[in-house]
Design a binder for this molecule. Sequence first.
Ligand code: SAH
Length: 415
Amino acid sequence: MSEKQVLPRVEHGQRPVLSFNERQFGKPGRHLADLSREERRVAVQELGYPAFRADQLSRHYFEHLTVDPDQMSDLPAAQRGALASNMLPTLLTQEKAQLADKGATLKVLWKLFDGAVIESVLMAYPDRTTLCISSQAGCGMACPFCATGQGGLMRNLTAAEIVEQVRLNMGLAHEGAVTVAAKSDPRSVTNIVFMGMGEPLANYKAMAEAIRRIASPAPEGFGISARNITVSTVGIVPGIHKLAELGLPLTLAVSLHAPDDDLRDDLIPVNTRYKVGELLDAARHYFVRTGRRVSIEYALIKDMNDQAWRAKLLADELNTRGRGWVHVNPIPLNPTPGSIWTASTKRAQQLFVDTLREADIPTTIRDTRGADIDGACGQLAATEIDPEHIAARAAKAQQAVARRVADSDQQAKLK
Ligand code: SAH
């Protein structure tokens, strides 16, 4: 028997409020990366230059990863400055960079034009380099175990702000900012995951536009294979259906964390809108439509969602919808400010994994990167902003959940 997690006795709290509305409305000026190739040609013509200048600019941006007019020697010197300042305004400024995992992980805090902040995490592996990017400044989904959710939603990012995270990190990777033993530099970014701050499907249009830029070959975009791009969601069902129609072989990751509505209503507040059954049906539909195996993310929280019976229930929910369409990634819970929850014990984790595997569900524990620099899953909060607020909100939200869970256990025992 594992030791029981201590649940503090507190008053009942309100369920957290979901927020799809932005607190801050500023939008940066138009940027080349917001536009399709055709739109760029039109924009350049409107500025009074020939359309082919748009392709030249695009090559500098997407191939050479530069926005510096001095390096654009194929453009007439007299036009460079005006083209760059009109089409390539500065969107992100690097505020802080932190290395972890012996230099293999780099977390960068970026400031946006209006002072909003976001984070990205670059991770080098022997066989690939993965970049984790943000889709929103903050997040409105209010999941009580996630640091980002405690600060609320500041605003959606534009497509170009998302794309700029990729360009700037590709530049950092080329400069050798991250290294893994036995692998020579420079590196190129091979994989993109929308697993930073924000809910990508709550900012669908900008996310989809950014994905087009990331996946299209130069000069339209960076040419990173769509198969290597993962969109992770709390489970916004209409967004999953839209993504299935995008016509790209993206990987869909669903942050499930509980196989039953009782617990998931508390852990993922948007579950009160889109229930587990409906969500898994949408995930299955995504697989059928795209042929892409779906990832189920499951943060193992001690005595909260890590029981063997929940592993069995999860396996049943997945298997009743078909075989070979899904893959489960349990993640030991990462610590967040003010959290009263901890990761499952190794034993509970192993039992959870074994139970899934015995039910024929491919299961891999996800490795955690950047935990000591608050760069791991659920830790991105741009914490220099207001760590106390985040800690206080997390503690309050978690205590309310703990209380409800304790109550329902109690009621179950009385029955
Ligand atoms: N909003 C999207 C994208 C963020 S991805 C989503 O939720 O899927 C970040 C991932 O980290 C999600 O799977 C999230 O549930 C998970 N996560 C959040 N807090 C965590 C924590 N403390 N420990 C481990 N994983 C966490």
